[in-house]
Design a protein around this ligand. Structure first.
Ligand code: IPE
Ligand code: IPE
Ligand code: MG
Length: 255
Protein backbone atom coordinates (compact mmCIF):
# COMPACT_ATOMS: atom_id res chain seq x y z
CA UNK A 1 0.00 0.00 0.00
CA UNK A 2 1.17 3.49 -0.85
CA UNK A 3 0.36 6.95 0.39
CA UNK A 4 0.10 9.95 -1.84
CA UNK A 5 2.58 12.65 -0.87
CA UNK A 6 0.43 15.31 -2.51
CA UNK A 7 -2.70 14.61 -0.52
CA UNK A 8 -1.43 14.41 3.04
CA UNK A 9 -3.65 15.42 5.92
CA UNK A 10 -2.31 18.73 7.12
CA UNK A 11 -3.39 17.99 10.68
CA UNK A 12 -3.66 14.57 12.31
CA UNK A 13 -5.19 14.19 15.78
CA UNK A 14 -4.89 10.95 17.73
CA UNK A 15 -6.80 9.56 20.70
CA UNK A 16 -4.11 7.25 22.02
CA UNK A 17 -6.18 4.61 23.77
CA UNK A 18 -5.58 1.08 25.00
CA UNK A 19 -2.52 1.18 27.25
CA UNK A 20 -4.40 -0.50 30.10
CA UNK A 21 -5.75 -3.30 27.94
CA UNK A 22 -2.34 -3.82 26.37
CA UNK A 23 -0.89 -4.26 29.86
CA UNK A 24 -3.63 -6.70 30.77
CA UNK A 25 -2.95 -8.74 27.64
CA UNK A 26 0.70 -8.96 28.67
CA UNK A 27 -0.19 -9.70 32.30
CA UNK A 28 1.64 -6.62 33.59
CA UNK A 29 0.51 -3.51 35.48
CA UNK A 30 -1.26 -0.57 33.79
CA UNK A 31 1.69 1.70 34.45
CA UNK A 32 3.96 -0.44 32.34
CA UNK A 33 1.32 -0.20 29.63
CA UNK A 34 1.61 3.59 29.77
CA UNK A 35 5.39 3.29 29.55
CA UNK A 36 5.10 1.27 26.38
CA UNK A 37 2.55 3.82 25.15
CA UNK A 38 5.12 6.59 25.59
CA UNK A 39 7.43 4.70 23.23
CA UNK A 40 4.66 4.61 20.64
CA UNK A 41 4.41 8.40 21.00
CA UNK A 42 8.08 8.75 20.06
CA UNK A 43 7.63 6.55 16.99
CA UNK A 44 4.54 8.36 15.77
CA UNK A 45 6.02 11.84 16.28
CA UNK A 46 9.08 10.87 14.25
CA UNK A 47 7.02 9.20 11.56
CA UNK A 48 4.71 12.19 11.13
CA UNK A 49 7.68 14.51 10.89
CA UNK A 50 9.30 12.21 8.34
CA UNK A 51 6.16 11.96 6.22
CA UNK A 52 5.71 15.73 6.27
CA UNK A 53 2.61 16.16 8.45
CA UNK A 54 2.42 19.80 9.58
CA UNK A 55 0.29 19.41 12.73
CA UNK A 56 0.07 16.45 15.06
CA UNK A 57 -2.20 16.68 18.10
CA UNK A 58 -2.05 13.92 20.68
CA UNK A 59 -4.68 13.33 23.36
CA UNK A 60 -2.38 12.34 26.19
CA UNK A 61 -4.49 13.08 29.27
CA UNK A 62 -8.12 14.10 29.59
CA UNK A 63 -9.63 16.17 32.39
CA UNK A 64 -11.51 13.01 33.34
CA UNK A 65 -8.31 10.90 33.40
CA UNK A 66 -7.13 12.98 36.37
CA UNK A 67 -9.80 11.18 38.39
CA UNK A 68 -8.01 7.84 37.97
CA UNK A 69 -6.33 6.20 40.98
CA UNK A 70 -3.64 8.46 42.49
CA UNK A 71 -0.83 6.02 41.71
CA UNK A 72 -1.74 5.95 38.04
CA UNK A 73 -1.98 9.74 37.77
CA UNK A 74 1.37 10.07 39.50
CA UNK A 75 2.95 7.59 37.11
CA UNK A 76 1.50 9.44 34.11
CA UNK A 77 3.07 12.67 35.41
CA UNK A 78 6.47 11.01 35.79
CA UNK A 79 6.25 9.54 32.32
CA UNK A 80 5.42 12.92 30.88
CA UNK A 81 8.35 14.45 32.71
CA UNK A 82 10.62 11.70 31.41
CA UNK A 83 9.31 12.15 27.88
CA UNK A 84 10.04 15.88 27.97
CA UNK A 85 13.54 15.39 29.37
CA UNK A 86 14.44 12.71 26.85
CA UNK A 87 12.82 14.15 23.76
CA UNK A 88 13.55 17.85 23.94
CA UNK A 89 16.87 17.50 22.08
CA UNK A 90 15.21 15.36 19.45
CA UNK A 91 12.36 17.85 18.99
CA UNK A 92 14.94 20.60 18.49
CA UNK A 93 16.93 18.54 16.04
CA UNK A 94 13.83 17.76 14.03
CA UNK A 95 12.56 21.35 14.07
CA UNK A 96 9.40 20.42 15.94
CA UNK A 97 7.54 23.02 17.96
CA UNK A 98 5.80 21.82 21.12
CA UNK A 99 2.46 23.27 22.15
CA UNK A 100 -0.18 22.24 24.65
CA UNK A 101 -3.92 22.53 25.00
CA UNK A 102 -5.72 21.87 28.27
CA UNK A 103 -5.34 23.12 31.81
CA UNK A 104 -1.67 22.59 32.51
CA UNK A 105 -2.13 24.33 35.86
CA UNK A 106 -3.75 21.09 36.97
CA UNK A 107 -0.57 19.13 36.31
CA UNK A 108 2.13 18.80 38.91
CA UNK A 109 4.52 21.73 39.27
CA UNK A 110 7.63 20.03 37.87
CA UNK A 111 5.82 18.82 34.79
CA UNK A 112 4.31 22.24 34.24
CA UNK A 113 7.72 23.86 34.54
CA UNK A 114 9.26 21.40 32.07
CA UNK A 115 6.42 21.96 29.62
CA UNK A 116 6.83 25.72 29.75
CA UNK A 117 10.56 25.37 29.16
CA UNK A 118 10.05 22.99 26.24
CA UNK A 119 7.41 25.25 24.70
CA UNK A 120 9.63 28.31 24.96
CA UNK A 121 12.75 26.64 23.66
CA UNK A 122 10.98 25.14 20.63
CA UNK A 123 8.89 28.23 19.88
CA UNK A 124 10.78 29.09 16.69
CA UNK A 125 10.63 25.61 15.16
CA UNK A 126 8.26 25.27 12.25
CA UNK A 127 8.75 21.92 10.52
CA UNK A 128 5.92 20.40 12.53
CA UNK A 129 3.71 21.53 15.40
CA UNK A 130 3.26 18.84 18.05
CA UNK A 131 0.36 19.70 20.34
CA UNK A 132 -0.13 17.66 23.49
CA UNK A 133 -3.63 17.71 24.94
CA UNK A 134 -3.01 17.52 28.68
CA UNK A 135 -5.67 17.79 31.33
CA UNK A 136 -7.80 18.60 28.30
CA UNK A 137 -11.57 18.53 27.99
CA UNK A 138 -13.34 19.99 25.01
CA UNK A 139 -16.44 21.08 26.91
CA UNK A 140 -14.27 22.96 29.39
CA UNK A 141 -12.39 24.55 26.51
CA UNK A 142 -15.65 25.73 24.95
CA UNK A 143 -16.98 27.09 28.25
CA UNK A 144 -13.73 28.97 28.80
CA UNK A 145 -14.01 30.45 25.32
CA UNK A 146 -17.58 31.59 26.00
CA UNK A 147 -16.48 33.25 29.24
CA UNK A 148 -13.68 35.17 27.49
CA UNK A 149 -16.05 36.16 24.72
CA UNK A 150 -18.59 37.49 27.23
CA UNK A 151 -15.89 39.47 28.98
CA UNK A 152 -14.78 41.03 25.70
CA UNK A 153 -18.38 41.94 24.91
CA UNK A 154 -18.80 43.49 28.35
CA UNK A 155 -15.64 45.54 27.84
CA UNK A 156 -16.87 46.63 24.40
CA UNK A 157 -13.95 44.95 22.63
CA UNK A 158 -16.36 43.09 20.37
CA UNK A 159 -20.05 43.25 19.50
CA UNK A 160 -22.49 40.34 19.65
CA UNK A 161 -23.06 40.68 15.92
CA UNK A 162 -19.34 40.25 15.26
CA UNK A 163 -19.42 36.68 16.55
CA UNK A 164 -19.00 34.11 13.80
CA UNK A 165 -17.40 30.69 13.43
CA UNK A 166 -13.90 32.01 12.81
CA UNK A 167 -14.06 34.42 15.68
CA UNK A 168 -15.35 31.78 18.06
CA UNK A 169 -12.59 29.43 16.91
CA UNK A 170 -10.04 32.09 17.79
CA UNK A 171 -11.19 31.97 21.42
CA UNK A 172 -10.42 28.25 21.64
CA UNK A 173 -7.02 26.96 22.72
CA UNK A 174 -6.41 25.63 19.22
CA UNK A 175 -6.45 29.14 17.79
CA UNK A 176 -4.23 29.48 14.75
CA UNK A 177 -4.28 25.74 14.01
CA UNK A 178 -6.21 24.28 11.11
CA UNK A 179 -8.95 21.82 12.14
CA UNK A 180 -7.81 18.19 12.09
CA UNK A 181 -8.23 16.52 8.70
CA UNK A 182 -7.88 13.05 10.18
CA UNK A 183 -8.70 11.74 13.64
CA UNK A 184 -7.33 8.35 14.61
CA UNK A 185 -8.58 6.45 17.65
CA UNK A 186 -6.91 3.23 18.66
CA UNK A 187 -8.13 0.29 20.75
CA UNK A 188 -11.46 -0.37 19.05
CA UNK A 189 -13.47 2.28 20.88
CA UNK A 190 -15.83 4.32 18.73
CA UNK A 191 -16.16 7.56 20.65
CA UNK A 192 -14.69 11.02 20.91
CA UNK A 193 -14.34 11.16 24.73
CA UNK A 194 -14.53 14.95 25.00
CA UNK A 195 -11.78 15.65 22.45
CA UNK A 196 -11.88 18.67 20.09
CA UNK A 197 -15.68 18.68 19.79
CA UNK A 198 -15.80 21.97 17.89
CA UNK A 199 -12.72 21.35 15.76
CA UNK A 200 -13.75 17.87 14.54
CA UNK A 201 -16.86 19.14 12.71
CA UNK A 202 -15.65 17.92 9.28
CA UNK A 203 -12.74 15.71 10.27
CA UNK A 204 -12.44 12.23 8.75
CA UNK A 205 -12.65 9.65 11.54
CA UNK A 206 -10.55 6.49 11.53
CA UNK A 207 -10.88 3.77 14.14
CA UNK A 208 -8.53 0.84 14.55
CA UNK A 209 -8.51 -2.13 16.92
CA UNK A 210 -4.73 -1.79 17.41
CA UNK A 211 -3.93 -0.93 21.02
CA UNK A 212 -1.91 2.26 21.37
CA UNK A 213 1.36 0.60 22.55
CA UNK A 214 1.29 -1.55 19.39
CA UNK A 215 0.67 1.40 17.05
CA UNK A 216 3.54 1.63 14.54
CA UNK A 217 4.48 3.67 11.49
CA UNK A 218 2.77 1.06 9.35
CA UNK A 219 -0.53 1.64 11.18
CA UNK A 220 -0.15 5.37 10.66
CA UNK A 221 0.41 4.89 6.94
CA UNK A 222 -2.64 2.63 6.78
CA UNK A 223 -4.74 5.36 8.39
CA UNK A 224 -3.39 7.99 5.99
CA UNK A 225 -3.99 5.73 2.99
CA UNK A 226 -7.56 5.16 4.15
CA UNK A 227 -8.05 8.91 4.57
CA UNK A 228 -6.80 9.46 1.04
CA UNK A 229 -9.56 7.26 -0.35
CA UNK A 230 -12.28 9.40 1.17
CA UNK A 231 -14.11 12.15 -0.64
CA UNK A 232 -14.51 15.12 1.65
CA UNK A 233 -17.69 16.76 0.53
CA UNK A 234 -18.29 19.30 3.32
CA UNK A 235 -22.01 19.10 2.73
CA UNK A 236 -21.81 19.60 -1.04
CA UNK A 237 -22.35 17.09 -3.83
CA UNK A 238 -19.60 15.19 -5.60
CA UNK A 239 -20.37 17.05 -8.79
CA UNK A 240 -19.87 20.38 -7.11
CA UNK A 241 -16.46 19.45 -5.88
CA UNK A 242 -13.50 20.23 -8.01
CA UNK A 243 -11.80 16.91 -8.59
CA UNK A 244 -8.36 16.91 -7.09
CA UNK A 245 -6.20 15.23 -9.63
CA UNK A 246 -3.60 14.04 -7.18
CA UNK A 247 -3.22 10.49 -8.50
CA UNK A 248 -0.07 11.51 -10.26
CA UNK A 249 1.58 12.57 -7.04
CA UNK A 250 4.65 10.91 -5.67
CA UNK A 251 3.93 8.02 -3.35
CA UNK A 252 5.88 6.19 -0.72
CA UNK A 253 5.82 2.58 0.26
CA UNK A 254 4.66 1.38 3.63
CA UNK A 255 7.45 -0.28 5.50
C1 IPE B 1 -4.88 5.57 27.18
O1 IPE B 1 -4.92 4.27 27.63
C2 IPE B 1 -3.97 6.43 28.02
C3 IPE B 1 -4.68 7.40 28.86
C4 IPE B 1 -5.96 7.58 28.87
C5 IPE B 1 -3.86 8.21 29.74
P1 IPE B 1 -5.91 3.80 28.78
O2 IPE B 1 -5.20 3.90 30.08
O3 IPE B 1 -7.21 4.50 28.69
O4 IPE B 1 -6.09 2.27 28.38
P2 IPE B 1 -7.39 1.39 28.50
O5 IPE B 1 -8.50 2.11 27.80
O6 IPE B 1 -7.66 1.20 29.95
O7 IPE B 1 -7.03 0.11 27.80
C1 IPE C 1 -9.45 9.10 26.07
O1 IPE C 1 -9.28 7.81 26.53
C2 IPE C 1 -8.40 10.00 26.64
C3 IPE C 1 -7.04 9.74 26.19
C4 IPE C 1 -6.66 8.86 25.31
C5 IPE C 1 -6.04 10.57 26.78
P1 IPE C 1 -10.09 7.24 27.77
O2 IPE C 1 -9.66 5.85 27.96
O3 IPE C 1 -9.97 8.16 28.92
O4 IPE C 1 -11.59 7.31 27.22
P2 IPE C 1 -12.88 6.52 27.66
O5 IPE C 1 -12.96 6.60 29.14
O6 IPE C 1 -12.71 5.13 27.17
O7 IPE C 1 -14.00 7.22 26.95
MG1 MG D 1 -8.92 4.09 27.67
Amino acid sequence: MKINRDNLPQHIAIIMDGNGRWAKQHAIGRIRGHKKGAQAVRTVVRSCREIGIKHLTLYALSTENLGRPKEEVKALMSLLEEYLSNELMELQKQGIRLKTIGEIDHLNATVKEKLLQAKTSTANNDRMILTLALSYGSRDEIILAVKKLMQDIKQDKIKINDINKDMFGSYLQTTGMPDPDLLIRTSGEYRISNFLLWQLAYTELYFTDVLWPDFKKDDLLKAIANYQQRERRFGLTSEQLEKDNNNNGRSIDRE
